[in-house]
Design a protein around this ligand. Structure first.
Ligand code: TYD
Ligand code: MG
Length: 442
């Protein structure tokens, strides 16, 4: 039977023909239907009534201590710090800064708790090099190099530590399983073993998981179901802002994000990302400031568009930080509803600072940027833009408009071009894309 989808086969095959998973078939002895009925009958009588409690009287697990990470925003992402006894997964591409972030967290936590950093990738000397660069020199910070899931679980079970870091799950293996480190069965079983040990002794554990660009490597995806908190570390490996967001959190909200910048002394929280993102701006044609949201946090980013005559019969459309399908859709709307000619033009969109937008209210800013670049006319410096564009060219409402407006005011903008549903003097209301372009980019 395939362990992924439950399809039954008469003989062993390497790949399940139903769900495509490799090596997921496990032999099971088929039960005689009469026996099966008997089993169910037996199971019916062998159970006992559950011991239940009045939920009102239960002490919430939140009453346990939370370990501060020394990063204000990261604590918020975690719901107030790392909860004792919780198991978190920090997933990200190699080189993004996972080990750096965790060493900084260790340094902060070790000032009041016993911390163990287990690495399966680096030697004590290598880790020491990073630790001294980051100023992690507490007496209570310990290190072990190991790739044995059994040993790590046993160490956690000893209860000597309040926080244990496991870097990374892909390097671990347990002796009882023959497959190589990083395979689904090793990752799941090591994960399970560690989680059990952590829960038994109320030890907080943070597990590192690598993901490739395609997110293909086994591990984090399987582990996501097992752990309490899943943190995604995203962004450019080189330069730019990196964000940590919770995609799953049993003890907090998943709407918060923390933004970091890699410096010589490790990761630094970006206090005012909008100001940093706008600091190098020169107001040219094709540049528009978008008031968007990154998680719960309002943020201003610059959208740049470049429109060139196309040299080949087939025009090129490229977007960095913005969905390409959405860009093609906006170009179609611009052509149909505003009579802008783009069919023989290459269109490039860039979101400055390496941010990836997933906000539907980015539409209007992108559309105005394209029109502005194509006409060679600037949008006034005092404007920020937000709003969704419909296929009819109509401007639709954006959620959390008040937060976007507040952020724009804070950074000294005079007006926002936005949907007419927003009742605020700061917003110049627009109903339709054509009208907007005539009024602001003509
Ligand atoms: P690392 O944390 O080892 O990444 P990961 O564990 O996710 O694979 O380091 C990421 C990069 O950061 C590495 O290429 C070197 C750089 N770096 C700095 O720029 N400053 C620093 O203080 C440290 C510790 C690393
Ligand atoms: Mg690392």
């Amino acid at each position: 039977m395939c362990q992924q989808c439950g399809t039954v086969f008469a003989k062993w095959v390497g790949q399940c023909s139903n769900c495509g998973t490799w090596n997921s078939l496990v032999e099971q002895v088929a039960e005689n239907p009469a026996d099966k009925k008997l089993t169910i009958e037996k199971a019916k009588t062998s159970g006992k009534k559950l011991d239940f409690v009045k939920l009102k009287t239960v002490v919430p697990s939140d009453a346990k201590a939370r370990l501060g990470t020394s990063f204000r925003d990261l604590d918020t992402v975690l719901g107030g710090g790392i909860l004792m006894g919780s198991v978190s997964l920090l997933a990200g591409q190699p080189g993004i800064g996972k080990s750096t972030l965790l060493m900084q967290i260790c340094a902060a936590v070790a000032s009041g708790y016993d911390v163990l950093y287990v690495s399966g990738e680096e030697s004590a000397g290598q880790v020491k090099l990073r630790a001294s660069r980051l100023g992690a020199n507490s007496e209570r910070l310990n290190f072990a190099a190991s790739t044995s899931g059994n040993d790590i679980a046993k160490t956690i079970e000893s209860g000597e530590f309040d926080l244990v870091i496991v870097d990374s799950i892909q390097t671990l293996a347990i002796n009882e399983i023959a497959s190589a480190p990083g395979t689904v069965s090793q990752v799941t079983n090591c994960g399970n073993l560690i989680i059990r040990a952590a829960k038994a002794t109320d030890t907080a554990v943070v597990i590192v998981g690598h993901v490739t660009k395609e997110g293909t490597l086994a591990g984090p995806k399987v582990l996501e179901h097992l752990v309490d908190v899943v943190l995604n570390f995203e962004g450019d490996r080189y330069g730019g802002f990196k964000t940590v967001r919770a995609v799953k959190n049993r003890f907090g909200s998943t709407n918060e994000v923390a933004m970091f910048e890699m410096a010589n002394e490790g990761l630094k929280e970006v206090e005012n990302p909008s100001a940093a993102l706008l600091s190098e701006r020169t107001n040219t044609d094709g540049s528009v400031i978008l008031a968007t949201l990154n998680g719960n946090r309002p943020i201003l980013v610059e959208i740049q568009a470049l429109v060139n005559a196309s040299n080949y019969g087939y025009p090129k459309r490229t977007a960095s930080g913005f969905d390409l399908n959405r860009l093609n859709l906006l170009i179609a709307v611009l052509e149909k509803r505003t009579k802008l000619k783009l069919s023989d033009k290459d269109v490039f969109i860039n979101v400055v600072g390496g941010m990836k937008l997933s906000d539907s209210a980015a539409d209007l800013a992108v559309a105005i940027a394209i029109a502005s670049a194509s006409a060679g006319r600037k949008l006034g410096e005092e404007y920020v833009v937000f709003g969704e564009v419909g296929l009819g060219g109509e401007i639709r409402s954006a959620f959390r408009a008040d937060q976007r407006i507040a952020e724009a005011k804070k950074l000294g903008f005079k007006h926002a071009i936005g949907p007419s549903t927003v009742k605020d003097k700061f917003v110049v209301p627009v109903k339709d894309l054509r009208e907007t372009l005539i009024r602001f980019v003509k």
